[in-house]
Design a protein around this ligand. Sequence first.
Ligand code: SF4
Ligand code: SF4
Length: 270
Amino acid sequence: MGITLAILFGVPLLGLARLDLFGDAHRALLRPVDFAHGLTAVLAAIVAFYVVTFTINMPAGRMFCGFGCPVGQLSRFADAIDAFPNDPLRRRRGWLELGGFALVLSLAVTLWWTAPASVLAWPAAAFAMSAVSTVAAAAVLHGRRWRWGFCRGFCPIGLYYSVVETGAPFGIDFDSAGACIDCGACDTICPVHLEPRTLEAEVPAPGGLAFDGLPGLNHCLHCGLCVEVCELVTQKQPGRPAMGLRRLHRKPRRLDRRSDVPAVGNEPTA
Ligand code: SF4
Ligand code: SF4
């Protein structure tokens, strides 16, 4: 997420690409340009960002969804608010994180369309303030209302990745010889309703416009929540140091049917 924010702020601030809607401070590749070239630079930067995420997704599946996407990060912060309903301090901190991240994100988005120098003068200042507050409000609303439902079934990039990049060799892996105690916590926590221990099997669409009949790993966001909860659960099991789930591990071959999946139980099977 740090890299994503650095790119979102760095590109317009350094002048790699910027369209100044209220002035003439358009930039392309660090140089002053006219409106048309500024617009071209912004569009090219968006395409380049997409190409980078596409390239990452080839070896590591939808890793960008779980680690680099600001929309997913909003959902994480929103989850944190609800994780401790009876702890007002943690809830307050969660709201601060969600609101703060939404503001930072909206500022970054606005800087692509307005030069920092021109936001101090009318009418750019009015535009910048309304853009920042609108995007920030939409970001908080997303976190509170739609959250992972958007990632599950409506994010156009995620839906596209779930179909085109099906052969990623690295991702979440279940080691049946590990310390699985069959607690089911990983199934419960998965935000896209997958069963992390059987990601190679075909699953019904997790919701929205998502496609049916793809292996679970195509829908997996690589958010790592299942691995984190597994770590938490298995740490409490005396004499069971290794976890069942592992992150960014080389995955086994794809299984065509859920019935092909090896049974898991309380005891290691190998
Ligand atoms: S893989 Fe981990 S979290 Fe999932 S059921 Fe087994 S012990 Fe529980
Ligand atoms: S399977 Fe694990 S890593 Fe994948 S989306 Fe579900 S919780 Fe996240």
